[in-house]
Design a protein around this ligand. Sequence first.
Ligand SMILES: [Fe+2]
Length: 258
Amino acid sequence: MGGMDLLHVTDPHLYGCAEGQLRGVETDSSFRAVLTQAFARADDYAALLVTGDLVQDDGAGYLRFRSILGNLRQPVLCIPGNHDIPELMHRELNGAPFQVCGSRRIGGWQFVMLDSCEPGQVGGRLTPAELARLDETLGDSPAHAMVCLHHHPITMGSRWLDGIGLANADEFWRIIDRHSHVRAVVWGHVHQALDDRRGDVHLIATPSTGAQFLPGSVGYALDHRPPAFRQFRLHADGRIDTQLHWVEAAPARKLASA
Ligand SMILES: [Fe+2]
């Protein structure tokens, strides 16, 4: 086979309190159930990627995140989402195994973690400084690159969600298009799965470790699907295999029938 495995989980929305629920899901037990299955499936993974909304507007959620993942030997690569508290996140997740934003070289791959959050907004935007950092980081290294951000830089075909994506996606893609070694762009925020292409670039979204949004919905709507995680196999030649795993055993939300 060859290559290295990467695990991707996103949008755990943790609270300080273990019983905290979001959209009918106990976010702590759901996150733990997903991680248990993810670690069982890939015992030799190179890193764990977490693309935002680590907490649900609750700073104490970072202590919970740390208590769940703080003993990992592999790097835990994190970026903030609109429900994170960035200053607190940087402070509470300061030091191994955690890395918040920046970039990280692992094997023959480079992970570029972008902060797409705009204070006080649900939707995202990359600042000029963050766009410049993206361009420079990609320019500095010819390694196969995976670019990670919280907000979706394409339309998802869901009107309400497409109003809260990445506002300056055009500027983002102008930079990506200049660097032919970008192999994938990966995001969270949309609480649903996507596995598509834009030219040679994989476009990947992973569902939440909690409740999901209904794909294609005009307005806000929840989906019945269970929590999920994603496994990547990143090959030395830049190819990517990816597999999405729904975690049926997790304490998913029981939706009342309409
Ligand atoms: Fe989220």
